[in-house]
Design a protein around this ligand. Structure first.
Ligand code: SF4
Length: 91
């Protein structure tokens, strides 16, 4: 596994862990998060291409039960760095 691939999987596991077990941290982070989603879809391709991402680049389940790690992306500056620092949100 290359270093870059390992970095991506680390982010995936971290997002799952934080959104599952550190909900207070997530709530606090979302309060200070600024900006808005530019709908670039980068967070839908961080480790693998999400199966719910359509060819038009839209989320099939956007209003119907997206997992917390999708709804809450980015939780902090680490997530933004993983998205190539081009996310519409900032801290
Ligand atoms: S990377 Fe940021 S701006 Fe792009 S789709 Fe995800 S949340 Fe929205």
């Amino acid at each position: 596994m290359t270093c870059n691939k390992r970095f991506k999987w680390h982010g995936f596991v971290r997002r799952f862990f934080v959104n599952t077990f550190r909900r207070r941290y997530v709530r606090n982070q979302l309060r200070v998060r600024k900006g808005s989603c530019a709908q670039c879809g980068k967070c839908c391709r961080l480790v693998y291409r999400c199966p719910f991402l359509t060819k038009a680049g839209k989320c099939l389940i956007y209003t119907r039960g997206r997992p917390a790690q999708c709804r809450n992306f980015p939780v902090d500056i680490h997530d933004i760095e993983r998205a190539g620092s081009n996310c519409g949100y900032y801290f």
